[in-house]
Write a protein that binds this ligand. Structure first.
Ligand SMILES: *Cc1c(COP(=O)(O)O)cnc(C)c1O
Length: 393
């Protein structure tokens, strides 16, 4: 190996370790369930996954994936515009558009590539993008790929957004981008206010609803929750979190989707999702479309979990959703707390810089519809004991 590169790499890694920022890869030795096996230890309560509705290994999804593998094979064989578009992709896109109450939808390989696909494709050098300071990394990267000028507004701050709009009247188009639900704090974007400002200043609105899909609005997302889904121009959803599989999509108008099929680079230059993945997603959307019982169970569990943590004296920050941070502050304490929790039989991960700001370390907990009441009561006991061990509370 090139020794200059090698020295640089080991130096970088040593720095992370010195600052308690190095993360060991966690390996699950069982499927993603409410209890999982790690390092040969079974029965660990899983509060770390984004599997909000427990669909990741739901039997309907597994059966649909197996059947699709038999019928369509393991891989799609090409990018979408060559021969990668199977009938099942088209069926999924129709199903998603109907589920989201939009004219059309387009599926990408992930939520991440959906952002990389849509943002640079609908903006150019004469445009301005207004983006929330706590937007997800994939939005940030999507914005970097665009030639538009970038204006970052303060987190969920409508005044700051309005100032940005007032200062960008020379732009030929303006696009406001926000997470629907913010993944690190669990707070919700003020979409009604954003949509109002967008209308007043003639801007388009894009909501990345990765953590809102399957969670907000009975499962149909944050825009639907606020009743503004007809005023949000671009809704991005992930199929990798609550939907339990892998992929992302854009839901919106027919011209938007048509343009993306012509120009979005991950759509043009990266292979289509395999049919078993697509079939499993369709099974998940069918379940979510039938009724909101899984979403209702998720919120019920989240309310129980959050009040339990608060009852123990933990600070759950500004969360309004099932994403429940336990605010710690110091990176090293958060890492130690994560370690003690695992000793006590709970997996909940420390989120530290650079994922969140320095000094804002936290343990992020994700209760889901798959957890039983007993799981959550056991986990609260573990939090109490681990906190005593590390000297918190
Ligand atoms: C997780 C996440 C993504 C990425 O979705 P994947 O399907 O996992 O690639 C995009 N945006 C936000 C806001 C996310 O939280």
């Amino acid at each position: 190996m090139n020794s200059t590169l090698n020295q640089w790499l080991t130096g970088q890694i040593d720095d992370l370790k010195l600052n308690s920022l190095y993360k060991e890869q966690l390996v699950l030795e069982s499927p993603c369930n409410s209890r999982i096996t790690i390092n040969g230890k079974s029965g660990i309560i899983n509060l770390a996954s984004n599997n909000y509705l427990g669909l990741a290994n739901h039997r309907d999804l597994v059966a649909a994936a197996c059947e699709a593998a038999q019928n369509w094979g393991a891989g799609a064989g090409a990018v979408r515009p060559i021969t990668g578009t199977l009938q099942i992709h088209v069926d999924l896109e129709k199903q998603l558009a109907a589920f989201k109450h939009t004219e059309a939808a387009l599926v990408f390989q992930s939520g991440f590539t959906s952002n990389a696909g849509v943002i640079p494709t609908i903006t150019d050098g004469n445009d301005v993008i207004l983006t929330d300071e706590l937007n997800h990394a994939s939005i940030i990267d999507g914005v970097r790929l665009s030639k538009a000028q970038r204006k970052i507004y303060k987190h969920c701050d409508l005044r700051s957004l309005e100032e940005g709009l007032q200062a960008s009247t020379a732009a030929s188009k303006r696009l406001i981008i926000t997470d629907g639900v913010f993944s690190m704090d669990g707070d919700i974007a003020p979409l009604q206010g954003i949509v109002e400002l967008a209308r007043r200043y003639d801007a388009a609105v894009m909501v990345d609803d990765a953590h809102g899909s399957g969670v907000m609005g009975g499962g149909r997302g944050t825009a639907y929750h606020f009743g503004v889904h007809h005023d949000v121009d671009i809704q991005l959803g992930t199929l990798s979190k609550a939907v339990g599989v892998m992929g992302g999509y854009i839901a919106g108008s027919r011209p938007l989707i048509d343009w993306l099929t012509q120009r979005a680079r991950p759509f043009l230059f990266s292979t289509a999702q395999p049919a078993p993945v697509v079939a499993a997603i369709m099974a998940a959307i069918r379940l979510m479309d039938r009724d909101s019982s899984l979403t209702d169970k998720l919120w019920e569990n989240a309310a129980f979990w959050k009040s339990g943590l608060q009852g123990l004296g933990f600070d759950t920050g500004v969360s309004q959703t099932p994403i429940t941070p336990v605010m710690i502050g110091d990176e090293a304490v958060a890492m130690k707390f994560q370690h003690e929790l695992l000793n006590e039989g709970v997996l909940a991960l420390a989120i530290v810089y650079p994922t969140v700001a320095q000094g804002k370390a936290r343990i992020r907990t994700m209760p889901s519809a798959m957890h039983s009441r007993e799981n959550l009561i056991d986990a609260l006991g573990a939090f109490k004991r681990a906190a005593a061990t590390v000297g918190l509370l």
